[in-house]
Design a protein around this ligand. Sequence first.
Ligand SMILES: CC(C)(COP(=O)(O)OP(=O)(O)OC[C@H]1O[C@@H](n2cnc3c(N)ncnc32)[C@H](O)[C@@H]1OP(=O)(O)O)[C@@H](O)C(=O)NCCC(=O)NCCS
Length: 220
Amino acid sequence: MSMVPCRVVILGGKGTAVNIAEQIDHAYRNYQYPMTVEGFGIDDPGLGNSIAGFPVICGLHDAWPKYRDTQVQFIFALYKPDVMERRVALLRQLGIPTERYANFIHPTAYRSGSAIFGHGNVILSNASLQHNVRLGNHNIVNSNVVIEHEATLSNSVFIAAAACIGARVAIGDGSFVGLSATVREDVSIGAYSFVGMASAVLHDVAPRNTVYGLPASTKS
Ligand SMILES: CC(C)(COP(=O)(O)OP(=O)(O)OC[C@H]1O[C@@H](n2cnc3c(N)ncnc32)[C@H](O)[C@@H]1OP(=O)(O)O)[C@@H](O)C(=O)NCCC(=O)NCCS
């Protein structure tokens, strides 16, 4: 391997955070992807000092003081559908400069050369990001997701596995799109919205709304 791998601390330690650690390790071992997992930063003592074979190396708020003066980079992976706004607030409280967050794109994912990324984005196996897709910072795109041409994810958007985001769709900060949901082209999804699994979203979704079903509608 010619490049020195980037070492990353994953902030989180459950669910998708573990998937991300395993996919980074898989990419490093099988595709010489230049990234290794330093360990998890998480506050839950119940998780012990190792998760899926990766060490728990610090608490959430210790991560920046501990690694500030190193080359280590970070990935924020603490999203949960019902608490997105709180988790985005937590991300800000950690005080880690945006440019210290790494992008990870699994080598089996497709990213158009015209797709533009900020920092801290994660694209898992077999996802496809088509022409002129735009991602801000801290977005998580799970396995087998398709993001069609000119769609945009703002910041801290979580797209669960196998969702399909149509052309020119715009998804606002902190939104969560459930497993296998489909969003029609040109639709806008407002900030901190929640799209239920397997939904077909045909119309714009106002900020902080939950929609689901076929076709998706707002539920009280
Ligand atoms: C939309 C959602 C939040 C609703 O959860 P909930 O509030 O616990 O709702 P319930 O399971 O009690 O279901 C309430 C009703 O909505 C229906 N429903 C629930 N989710 C639905 C969905 N995604 N599409 C269509 N109908 C749905 C149920 O059948 C039920 O209908 P009924 O009252 O006629 O029996 C949830 O089903 C969902 O889609 N979560 C996302 C899961 C996901 O993608 N996780 C990612 C993991 S990485």
